[in-house]
Design a protein around this ligand. Sequence first.
Ligand SMILES: C[S@@+](CC[C@H](N)C(=O)[O-])C[C@H]1O[C@@H](n2cnc3c(N)ncnc32)[C@H](O)[C@@H]1O
Length: 230
Amino acid sequence: MRLSSAGSGKVARSPVHHPLFARCYARASVRAETGLGLAGVRERLLVGLSGRVIEIGAGNGLNFGHYPGTVAEVVAIEPEPLLRRLALEAALRARVPVDVVPGTAEALPVKSEAFDAVVLSLVLCSVRDVERALGEVRRVLRPGGEVRFFEHGRGGGRAMRLTQRALDRTLWPALSGGCHLSRDPVAALREAGFALGPLRRMVLPERGPALPASYCAFGTAWRPDEPEAR
Ligand SMILES: C[S@@+](CC[C@H](N)C(=O)[O-])C[C@H]1O[C@@H](n2cnc3c(N)ncnc32)[C@H](O)[C@@H]1O
């Protein structure tokens, strides 16, 4: 899908355009809901949320069915056109209002301090600029607001970490919609000034050999209470 730039007659390409990856992810992610137990992870990720929530890089909308009724509204940002179309369909089935919006994590198309919570699930691996994206997360969260995250990243022993780095420098990002294996999402949240709550590390799948994308972190982080310096 292409976005037409207002008035110019020119056609602008979506900033994130991975049609082949999007088709594969749409199928594989649905299988992983039961196969890898991700439906249960999503349920735990979102439990207890309330108020206004922004989900960044919502993909095909697999989180939408897990938002509790205490959530007043979800704004779901998704830049990839095919995944966004699937997210729109998922939004119609959700029990809370979900507004699916084009945009990227690095320049969220929403006002500052407008949200009680930000949801990041399997997305910091794929954004172009993690630091900028987390700066935007801070900007749009109200003081004291929370980040719920479920991310994969660096893990395992020395051989696994070397493999992750080698794949990141070669084939992996091109094959996986810009995904990276050796990022450290927890360190990135800490460096961006978030206060980290209890953290759970998990290896998925839980049985069988670990893969380069198996090392996951699940938790909550808070934006400190003081207003943003402007
Ligand atoms: C592995 S998928 C995860 C999708 C979904 N969050 C989930 O839990 O199933 C990564 C998602 O990040 C999105 N993405 C990639 N680059 C992005 C960016 N710069 N800003 C926001 N989302 C991005 C992709 O389009 C894709 O939907």
